[in-house]
Design a binder for this molecule. Structure first.
Ligand code: UD1
Ligand code: CA
Length: 459
């Protein structure tokens, strides 16, 4: 009978070297926390259960991690990686016949494609323990793989290694496969007689060998995935790798990315084919962009849906909004949450919107604030139009019906409604509703004093 698989992710440690108020494994990389990357890769192996050992800020971790069949286990004190496994003992016992994939929570780059061969190797050899290794040009920070005096393999932690041992380049990745039954039998034999005074999971290799169990290693060539993120420089390196991985997958789907070096696209962002992304574009969260769009430099999108053939001109910031097909936005537009730009509309320089629906083929070319507004189709908003939506206590709605024309420099004091095809004269302050097809002007009449300047000069 085929053995089942359980998984155990170690995520209780604080991550002291991060110098952060937040636990290390919750730091985000390209739209997903470090631990979520690990959980998602492990999930692709379809384990029966994923145990996550939590300790520091355990409530935060439990709240933010999502997935199927996750079971959190509390390690009250962080006394080392073997101690973390020990705290999961009773949970593991429930599936004692399974294999167990144990993985450090700080390996966000590892893909399921790298885990699978380890599992296959482990099962083909019928091992009690198989661990993943790789050769690194710079092995600093990792445990080194070596032969003990008894010629069995063991792992020596960097802190405990001699200078000669530190030169060894085959390292322990921090991913292991155990036969659960054997692990539970021998785990209590780990001691903490080492430099850090911790219970090392890596000691299980020697212990198993001593107890006559079958131990093996599997060496992977995917060294670019082997970044154990212990400090923020390693976090930066991991981000860079995930960033380029995302860009590569987008280009494979027909997206042009002009400058991968300056483009930041979160892992969950979707982009249609023949869309072109110019340098220094940042796309965050769950943004979705259709096909045949062009995103010019310094466009910054968060959780925004963009239709087809949309042009987003330079230096625009767009948050939690919707932009429909054939619309054009920017340069220097700020769309704050819950703005909807309907099909074919144009929003231009220094226009800010918030909680505003902007109708089909409507235009707001320059220097306007449109907040809490409902603007229907083919409306023209003149330069410098301001919806006065806030009276200091509450927010009110401005409604501008189809075909209306708002002259430049107008203040619309909400709540107010401008009827269909109505005109508002430039420079007006509108405080009352304007009927359909009417012209509303509210400004003092212009007077002229002939020769006034000449007389002034003579004085
Ligand atoms: C560990 C390995 C090392 C390996 C490296 C790979 C040990 C003793 N050493 O070292 O051989 O090369 O990973 O990245 O295992 N954790 C707990 N509870 C604890 C201690 C740690 O849950 O009591 C968790 C941490 O949150 C972390 C993981 O275990 O996610 C690894 O711990 P860490 O301190 O980063 O181990 P390394 O020193 O990197
Ligand atoms: Ca580590």
């Amino acid at each position: 009978m085929k053995k089942g698989l359980s998984a155990l992710i170690l995520a209780a440690g604080k991550g002291t070297r991060f110098k952060s108020d937040k636990i290390k494994v919750l730091h985000p990389l390209m739209g997903k926390s470090m631990l979520q990357w690990v959980v998602d890769s492990v999930e692709r192996l379809r384990p029966d259960v994923i145990h996550i050992v939590v300790g520091y800020q355990e409530d935060l971790v439990q709240k933010s991690i999502t997935g199927r069949k996750i079971n959190f286990i509390l390690q009250k004190e962080q006394l080392g990686t073997a101690h973390a496994v020990l705290s999961a003992r009773s949970a593991l016992r429930r599936k004692a016949q399974n294999d167990l994939l144990i993985m450090n929570g700080d390996l966000p780059l590892i893909r399921a494609e790298t885990l699978r061969p380890l599992l296959t190797h482990h099962r083909e050899k019928g091992n009690s323990l198989t661990f993943l290794t790789t050769d690194l040009v710079n092995p600093t920070g990792f445990g080194r793989v070596m032969l003990s005096d008894a010629k069995t393999i063991k792992i020596i932690e960097e802190k405990d290694a001699t200078p000669a041992q530190r030169k060894l380049t085959e390292i322990n990745v921090g991913i292991y496969l155990f036969a659960i039954k054997d692990l539970l039998e021998d785990l209590a034999q780990v001691s903490n007689t080492n430099k850090k005074g911790e219970y090392y999971l890596t000691d299980m290799i020697e212990i198993f060998a001593r107890n006559g169990r079958k131990v093996g290693k599997h060496k992977t060539k995917n060294t670019e995935e082997i970044v154990g993120v212990n400090d923020r420089y390693e976090l930066a390196r991991a981000m860079d790798a995930l960033r380029l991985r995302k860009i590569k997958s987008l280009t494979e789907r027909g997206v042009t990315v002009c400058d991968p070096g300056s483009t930041w696209i979160d892992c969950n962002v979707k982009i249609g084919r023949d869309t072109v992304i110019y340098p220094s574009v940042i796309l965050e969260g769950e943004s979705v962009i259709g096909s045949h769009c062009t995103l010019y430099p310094y466009v910054h999108l968060t959780d925004t849906r963009v239709g087809k053939r949309v042009k987003l001109l330079s230096s625009s910031m767009i948050e939690q909004s919707v932009i429909q097909d054939d619309a054009q936005v920017g340069p220097f537009t700020h769309l704050r949450p819950h703005s909807v730009i309907r099909k074919g509309a144009k929003v231009g320089n220094f226009v800010e919107m918030k909680n505003t629906v902007f109708g089909r083929y409507s235009k707001a070319g320059h220097l306007s604030y449109l907040g809490d507004a409902e603007i229907q189709d083919r409306v023209n908003i003149g330069a410098g139009t301001i919806t006065c939506n806030y009276d200091g206590i509450k927010k009110s709605i401005t409604r501008i019906e189809s075909g209306a024309f708002i002259g430049s420099g107008t203040e619309l004091v909400a709540p107010v409604k401008i009827g269909k095809k109505a005109y508002v004269g430039a420079g007006s302050t509108i405080t009352k509703d304007v009927s359909s097809e009417a012209l509303a002007v509210s400004r003092s009449r212009q007077e002229e004093r002939p020769g006034w300047a000449r007389r002034k000069r003579k004085k």
